[in-house]
Design a protein around this ligand. Structure first.
Ligand code: NOJ
Length: 744
């Protein structure tokens, strides 16, 4: 074995020499690794190649002895594993890597993957919350911090960003994405890829990103996770695919296929979607991994008769790696022997995997990311906590603020903090919180105490999040009566959004709504602070409470960030990226709907509910500020736009209040005359600007015909002449309007 390892070393030295020569000649990155990859591939048996396609999960333990079960360790030794997920900490990854490097015939290092979704140890707001900041720089920084901490702990590869569009708040995983809109979703996808991967994957503090879950997973029927999806080609291409394509443009290193079937075929085995769209249409040549067991689940879906057929479908769809599916390893050799899969296909998949390992520098030093000293140094630093606090406050959305109850007066003497989430550390970091720990979290109670050291703070939990016991209400009412200001901290627990956490009733769980309504009856200055990973139905809360702040699941610095907003140290600027329904019966509800042939009027036979409004409670793009922004002078540079032209759309925004603030200026269009129906509004641009009191800024957007292109009746990507409306405003409903003629 030693001899073979030295042979490999010699080969690698030769190829790194070849590389240094190549870089001088300016050959591109891929060519640079291609020779190295081939040099390793040439040494591998078919069995070893198939081993590389296999990804197993560890036990996720950080401390203590290696508890990775013997079977998995043995599989690594046999060269049957190319990657592990859920192996945490620098010391643990080092130990497991050692098995692959020292005890396998060729010593090929493992690539470690992990769900680093919204932070590693320093936890940031859940992604839906972050997206509500509309601040791409902040979102990128958050992913950067996550990568810095995770890579020092030995992780190479994050299974993020999730770029699934979600228009059904019952689906628990709406929390992991950027909401309902494909344009915003694409911008956020790119920012997050940039953040994780940085400019150079060879750097020790950058990690490979993974665009997931390809595709249409967010459209699970009835919002129930893993449910089936039946979707038109138009909807797929216009709504669900764009963020994935954006991720390819941003250079995302890997993709993950989804659990769901799409129009009868599980996507993991769908050649039409995975190979057809991703590889052939988009020229994506990176690594594709299945979701956990999704190769195997084709059998459970009922579309593959056994594991072997499942492996056949997935490999022919060009899924390179089988995550915990246990289908490739036992069956791939047989499939090759039977000619159902060619060795060239296996080689292509192995190349893509080895390529990542070379890019990450693992062949030079398989342990380069497992650095205990660095892990201590860069994890949960003050700087990272500050960034998390800043992103958290930027993510918060002020939903209601009657009579400018907020910001609170800093001179307030007595504050009552009521509710089951006021001092609930674990709940603040949500699910997929990687190595985040409750003990590091600042709760709302702690944050307000930090911010108001001289005030008397009276905390009453009042009830649990979920049960029906109201025995704590009396004490809560008493505390509220005696207070000058009441803060009600209510919402969902961490484990109420995320994977396999769909809900059919998306109101406040348990008796929390009753708590808010009873508190509101006291007619005290009061703010409801919400914690949740999805849009909720807040219709009754909205009627009763004078002020509502949506804080999402804000992460490690939750309480400090909330206190910054409540006390006006930060003027809220977040805007919703997913519609908050008036009633769950409106779901799926989203701003970019079609007009219908009978749009709602008072007339009898029009598209409406007889027992409630069509409109949501809070629309997409909505969010208040402590100041007012005036929009005026919407103007177009031209009355028409020609095929090779551009149109400038500008608007003047003024801070008409007396506090400095930031505003997300949103730009929408509507194609009024097309051969196919178009949405009533489509986001085409946004800018987040800061304005001092009285300050005005002219905000400009540029529109080209490509921005207005769509698939026409004959499925040609084109524009069509006719009138187009433009809308600019601070949310998707409240806008100034103008129109122009799109020329052929
Ligand atoms: C299943 C989830 O769907 C996916 O998002 C995640 O990355 C994998 N499990 C690995 O944990």
């Amino acid at each position: 074995m030693k001899r073979l390892t030295s042979l490999l070393v010699v080969l690698l030295l030769m190829t790194s020499f070849a590389y240094s020569q190549m870089s001088k000649t300016g050959l591109n990155q891929d060519a640079k690794y291609a020779e190295q990859v081939d040099s390793v591939l040439a040494l591998m048996t078919l069995e070893e190649k198939i081993g590389q396609l296999n990804q197993l999960s560890g036990d996720g333990e950080v401390t203590g002895p290696i508890s990775l079960n013997n079977e998995s360790q043995e599989a690594i030794r046999k060269g049957h594993v190319g990657s592990m997920l859920n192996i945490n900490s620098s010391s643990y990854t080092r130990k497991i890597q050692k098995i692959a490097v020292e005890e396998t015939r060729l010593g090929i290092p493992l690539i470690f993957g992990y769900d680093v979704i919204h932070g590693y140890k320093t936890i940031f707001p859940v992604p839906l919350g972050e997206s509500a900041s509309w601040d791409l720089e902040a979102i990128e920084k958050s992913a950067r911090v996550a990568a810095v901490e995770a890579t020092a702990a030995g992780q190479h590869w994050t299974f993020a960003p999730m770029v699934d569009i979600a228009r059904d708040p019952r689906w628990g995983r709406i929390m992991e994405g950027a909401g309902e809109d494909p344009y915003l979703g694409s911008e956020v996808a790119k920012a997050r890829v940039r953040g994780f991967q940085g400019a150079d994957l060879e750097k020790k503090n950058t990690m490979v990103a993974c665009a997931k879950h390809f595709v249409a997973y967010g459209a699970a029927r009835a919002g129930r996770d893993y449910n089936t999806v039946d979707m038109s080609k138009r909807k797929l291409h216009e709504v669900y695919l764009p963020p994935f394509e954006a991720a390819v443009e941003a250079g995302v290193g890997t993709f993950m296929t989804s659990f769901n079937e799409l129009n009868g075929v599980p996507v993991t085995g769908s050649k039409k979607h995975v190979k057809g769209i991703l590889r052939d249409d988009w020229n994506y040549d990176g690594l594709i991994v299945s979701d956990w067991g999704s190769v195997m689940e084709q059998v459970v879906h009922g579309s593959a008769k056994d594991l072997k057929e499942a492996a056949d479908y997935a490999m022919n769809a060009t899924v390179d790696m089988d995550m915990e599916g246990h289908a490739y390893l036992p069956h791939m050799k047989e499939l090759v022997e039977e000619g159902k899969v060619t060795e060239e296909q296996i080689d292509a998949a192995v190349r893509r995997i080895l390529h990542k390992k070379f890019e990450l520098g693992l062949f030079d030093n398989p342990y380069r990311y497992s650095d205990e000293e660095l892990e201590k140094e860069v994890t949960l630093t003050d700087e990272h906590r500050q960034l998390s606090r800043d992103v958290a406050r930027k993510s918060m959305v002020l939903l209601k603020n009657d009579n400018n109850i907020l910001p609170m007066n800093a001179e307030v003497k007595k504050v009552a903090i009521i509710g089951p989430l006021a001092d609930a550390k674990r709940e603040m970091i949500g699910t997929w919180s990687a190595q985040g720990e409750a003990k590091h979290v600042v709760t709302l109670l702690e944050g307000v105490k930090n911010a108001l050291p001289d005030a008397e703070i009276n905390y009453v939990k009042a009830c649990e999040v979920e049960d029906s016991d109201k025995s704590g209400f009396d004490k809560a009412m008493q505390a509220a009566k005696e207070a000058d200001f009441v803060i009600a901290a209510v919402g969902e627990k961490a484990m109420m959004s995320g994977e396999a956490l769909s809900r059919m009733d998306i109101g406040l769980p348990g008796v929390q709504e009753d708590l808010v309504l009873e508190l509101a009856e006291l007619d005290k200055p009061m703010a409801v602070v919400l914690f949740n990973g999805r849009p909720l139905v807040l219709t009754e809360v909205d009627k009763a409470a004078p002020a509502i702040l949506e804080s999402w699941l804000p992460g490690t610095e939750a309480g400090n960030a909330i206190a910054d907003v409540l006390l006006g140290k930060y003027n809220p600027s977040g805007k919703l990226t997913a519609t908050f329904p008036y009633s769950v019966g409106q779901v799926p509800i989203f701003y970019a709907h079609k007009h219908t042939g009978r749009p709602r009027t008072e007339a009898r036979y029009t598209s409406k509910y007889i027992d409630g409004p069509n409109e949501p409670l809070y629309p997409f793009g909505y969010g208040l500020s402590y100041t007012d922004f005036d929009y005026r002078d919407l103007s177009l540079s031209n009355a028409e736009l020609t095929t090779d032209g551009t149109l400038k759309v500008s608007v003047q925004v003024k801070n008409a209040g007396d506090m400095e603030g930031e505003e997300v200026v949103q730009f929408y269009v509507r194609d009024l005359e097309a051969s196919v129906t178009r949405p009533v509004k489509e986001l085409k641009g946004f800018k987040k600007i800061a304005l001092k009191p009285g300050e005005k800024k002219t905000v400009e957007f540029t529109l080209t015909p490509e921005d207005l292109a769509f698939y026409n009746r004959d499925w040609e990507w084109t524009t069509e002449p006719g009138t187009v409306k433009v809308f600019v405003g601070g949310d998707s409903q409240n806008t100034l309007e103008a129109e122009f003629d799109l020329k052929e």
